[in-house]
Write a protein that binds this ligand. Structure first.
Ligand code: GDP
Ligand code: MN
Length: 386
């Protein structure tokens, strides 16, 4: 789960990291008010869960409250890489002397967190990573021992940080690591961490990503989720306890078990690739799914307009074929889709399930005995619709 910039920075501040004292607004009038309170120059920053807002025109400097209001008018409602802006952060503008990059993430290969820093911070950090990766200093952190001060000296030296900023920099890096660990984050990033003309270090931008599997114990952070900013299908899936990842293909896959879901995707790819046909999603309805879950899953799949056929592949263990069949019927009644569904049911109560589906006589339901046959039929159905 990703946090917005304003949420990330507020969280960083709890760990002693200096941030600009701004406020969030959702109307130009509020922006005017805030800018007036802050006095002087402000920066109006779109709050969307995507990087590169600056380059996309979603970060603007204003010299007066009037100008801030006009800029907010422009930015609110703007589309940034497919994300609509609902909120802006109004921060007092900083006089930037230097932009540093500072981030912590997990290095899976090393099985440790890694701190990354660069003197080339700001909007070009991805470019720096591509063209000049040595300009990013990396220090792995022993999860039992934490971040040693000698490591911070290495980093400060590595990014040519002037001596007078070492103390402030170390405090910020330690704070960020503490924040990263205590939040079960998979990413905590400050880009840019600026040195101001006045000689202070401030986190101008902030980004945090929390491990979804830790949200059960990160209740305060979980409560900050902005459901307006995520696709509706993802919200529906999360609430129904379904794992769902949207992809670009045309075959909606409804499967139980992650491994079988991957296999099903591979099979559609195997038979569809030469025709430009592939899976529209990864979806795992989980073990022991009941009818409501099946119908929720089908509604999620069918909410994607690219979907031209649905492949239902269930291997019944704890999950029962009759429950699945009832869910399918429920969902079909409700959604009344015109895309065909290819059904392969095996295992517990598969025969009952097939009998239920047969007697319901839903149009467009095609059964298949094997996964190969099912995948081929799903591809054929898409071809028929092209
Ligand atoms: P991002 O593009 O989504 O990463 O958004 P950032 O918050 O990092 O802003 C992008 C860039 O805008 C920064 O790298 C700065 O160069 C600039 N910027 C942001 N805030 C200020 C500010 O208060 N003053 C000045 N002069 N520039 C700013
Ligand atoms: Mn940034």
């Amino acid at each position: 789960m990703n946090l917005h910039e304003y949420q990330s920075k507020a969280h960083f501040a709890l760990y002693g990291i200096p941030i600009p004292q701004g406020k969030v607004a959702s109307t130009p009038e509020e922006v005017f008010q805030i800018a007036q309170e802050l006095g002087g120059k402000v920066v109006v920053k779109s709050q969307v869960l995507v990087g590169g807002r600056g380059k996309a025109g979603g970060i603007k400097l204003a010299k007066s409250p009037e100008e801030a209001r006009d800029l907010a008018q422009e930015i609110l409602g703007m589309d940034i890489k497919g994300h609509e802006v609902h909120k802006v952060l109004v921060d007092p503008a900083a006089n930037i002397a230097k932009e540093i990059y500072l981030g912590i993430t997990n290095d899976r290969g090393a099985a440790k967190p890694v701190l990354m820093a660069s003197s080339e911070g700001g909007v070009e950090i991805e470019e720096v990573n591509r063209t000049n990766p040595e300009a990013i200093i990396r220090e792995h952190i022993d999860p039992f021992m934490g971040l040693y001060s000698y490591q911070l000296v290495q980093v400060a030296l590595g990014i040519d940080l002037p001596r007078e900023h070492w103390r402030a920099f170390s405090k910020i890096a330690q704070g960020l690591y503490q924040c990263f660990i205590e939040s079960d984050a998979v990413l905590a990033e400050i880009n840019p961490l600026v040195i101001t003309e006045e000689g202070e270090l401030i986190a101008l931008d902030g980004k945090m990503s929390i491990d979804d599997n830790a949200l059960a114990r990160q209740k305060k952070l979980a409560a900050q989720r902005d459901t307006d900013a995520e696709p509706e299908a993802e919200t529906m899936a999360r609430e129904a306890g379904i794992s769902y990842v949207k992809l670009d293909g045309q075959i909606g896959c409804m499967v139980n078990g992650a491994g079988l879901a991957m296999t099903t995707m591979d099979m559609t790819q195997l038979y569809g690739k030469e025709f430009g046909i592939g899976p529209a999603n990864f979806l795992d309805i989980g073990g022991g799914a009941k009818a409501e879950q099946v119908s929720a899953a089908l509604r999620i799949i069918l909410s994607d307009p690219n979907v031209k056929s649905v492949l239902l592949n269930i291997f019944g263990g704890i999950t029962r074929g009759d429950e699945v069949a009832r869910g399918v019927i429920e969902a079909y009644k409700e959604v009344q889709p015109d895309v065909p569904m290819i059904v392969r049911l095996q295992g517990t109560n598969a025969e009952e399930g097939r009998a239920i589906l047969d007697s319901a006589q839903i149009p467009n339901v095609i059964t298949a005995a094997t996964l190969t046959e099912a995948a081929q039929k799903a591809v054929d159905a898409v071809k028929g619709a092209m």
